[in-house]
Design a protein around this ligand. Structure first.
Ligand SMILES: NC(=O)C1=CN([C@@H]2O[C@H](COP(=O)(O)OP(=O)(O)OC[C@H]3O[C@@H](n4cnc5c(N)ncnc54)[C@H](O)[C@@H]3O)[C@@H](O)[C@H]2O)C=CC1
Ligand SMILES: O=C(O)[C@@H]1CCC=N1
Length: 272
C-alpha cells in the first residue's frame, strides 16, 4: 500500500463475496489488525472473528475508524446501509462498492459531498485468487483511489479498469460468469451419466477438460476458434457435437442470457 493512502480497511456486510475478499486480503499479507468487518447477525460476526482473527464492529464504528470501506451488501440493502453510514462518514474516506448494478452516483447522492467512490465488480473465484475485478471511478475518485482499490483486489486475482458505462456488461460477463461455467459442467456431467459413466468420473473428466481449455485459452495466445478447430477432426466426433449445439441455438442462448443479466444489472440500479 502506498504511504499516502489510508490503511484501515473495513468490509461491510461480510457475506460470500465480502468473506472471499477478506480471506484473500489476509492470504495476500494484510494484517488482520488492519481489517474490520461488519455483519448483521452476531453469530456471523463471531464466525468471522474466529475464522479470520479480525475485529467485528458496528457499521457506524467502521465508518468512524476505517480509511477505506468496502460495501458488500446486496444491492437491495445498499440504501439502508448508506443511511446508517452517512452521519458518521467523513468525506475523505474511500468508499468501494462491490454491489451489482448500483451506480457510483447513488453513493455520491447519499454521502458527504466529495466522497470518493470506486465501483468494483468481482467474482467468486476470489476464493482461489483467480477473481476478475472490474473497476470504475466515481466522479470524486482520483488515480490514487483507483490504484488503492486495485491493490486490494489484485490480491485475489486480476483487475481491469472500465468506464462505468460498461459495468453492467462486465457484471453480465464476469461477475456472473463463473455461474455459466458451473451450469455447463452440471449439464455435461448429466450427459456423461446418459452415456453410462459414473457421476464422479463424468465430473472429473469435464472439470479437467474445463481446466485444460481455460489454461489453453489463457496461455496459448490462440484465438478460441483456432483452439476449437484443432479439436474438430474431419468426419470426427467433435463436429457432430458442434452441429447439435448450433442446431439447439446454444450460441444465441448464451448471447440472450448475458443480455438478460446485463438488463437485470441495469434494473438493480433502481432498487428493484
Ligand atoms: N455472489 C457473487 O458471485 C457476487 C456478488 N456480488 C455482489 O456482492 C454483494 C454481496 O453478494 P453476496 O456476497 O453473494 O451476498 P450475501 O448475502 O452472501 O452477503 C451480503 C451480506 O450482507 C449482510 N448485510 C446486509 N445488510 C447489512 C447491514 N446493514 N449491515 C451489515 N451487514 C449487512 C447480510 O447479512 C449478508 O451476510 C452483492 O451486492 C452482489 O451484487 C458481486 C460479484 C459477484
Ligand atoms: O447474481 C448476482 O446478482 C451477483 C452479481 C454478480 C454475480 N452475482
Amino acid at each position: 500500500m502506498s504511504d499516502t493512502m489510508a490503511h484501515k480497511v473495513a468490509v461491510l456486510g461480510t457475506g460470500k463475496i465480502g468473506e472471499a475478499l477478506l480471506s484473500g486480503m489476509i492470504r495476500g499479507g494484510w494484517a488482520p489488525a488492519d481489517l474490520l468487518v461488519t455483519a448483521r447477525r452476531p453469530e456471523r460476526a463471531e464466525e468471522l472473528r474466529t475464522r479470520h482473527g479480525v475485529a467485528a464492529v458496528s457499521n457506524a464504528e467502521a465508518a468512524k475508524t476505517a480509511d477505506t470501506l468496502i460495501l458488500t451488501v446486496k444491492p437491495q440493502d445498499m440504501d439502508s446501509l448508506l443511511r446508517e453510514l452517512a452521519a458518521h462518514l467523513p468525506a475523505d474516506r474511500l468508499v468501494i462498492s462491490g454491489a451489482a448494478g448500483i451506480p457510483t452516483a447513488f453513493f455520491e447522492d447519499r454521502l458527504a459531498a466529495g466522497t470518493p467512490v470506486v465501483r468494483v465488480m468481482t467474482n467468486t473465484p476470489a476464493l482461489v485468487d483467480e477473481a476478475m475485478s472490474v473497476i470504475s471511478a466515481g466522479s470524486h475518485a482520483t488515480e490514487a483511489h483507483l490504484a488503492h482499490a486495485e491493490e486490494i483486489f489484485n490480491g485475489v486475482g486480476k483487475t481491469l479498469r472500465v468506464p462505468e458505462s460498461q459495468q453492467d456488461a462486465a457484471t453480465a460477463l464476469s461477475g456472473s460468469g463463473p455461474a455459466y461455467f458451473y451450469f455447463l459442467v452440471e449439464a455435461m456431467t448429466d450427459a456423461g451419466i446418459l452415456l453410462g459413466l459414473p457421476r464422479d468420473k463424468a465430473h472429473d473428466l469435464i472439470v479437467q477438460a474445463a481446466i485444460g481449455a481455460a489454461v489453453m485459452l489463457r496461455d496459448s495466445g490462440e484465438h478460441p476458434v483456432k483452439l476449437r478447430e484443432n479439436v474438430t477432426s474431419p468426419a470426427g466426433t467433435t463436429i457432430n457435437a458442434i452441429r447439435e449445439l448450433e442446431k439447439h441455438g446454444v450460441r444465441a442462448a448464451l448471447i440472450a442470457a448475458l443480455e438478460a443479466a446485463r438488463d437485470r444489472s441495469r434494473e438493480l440500479a433502481s432498487g428493484t
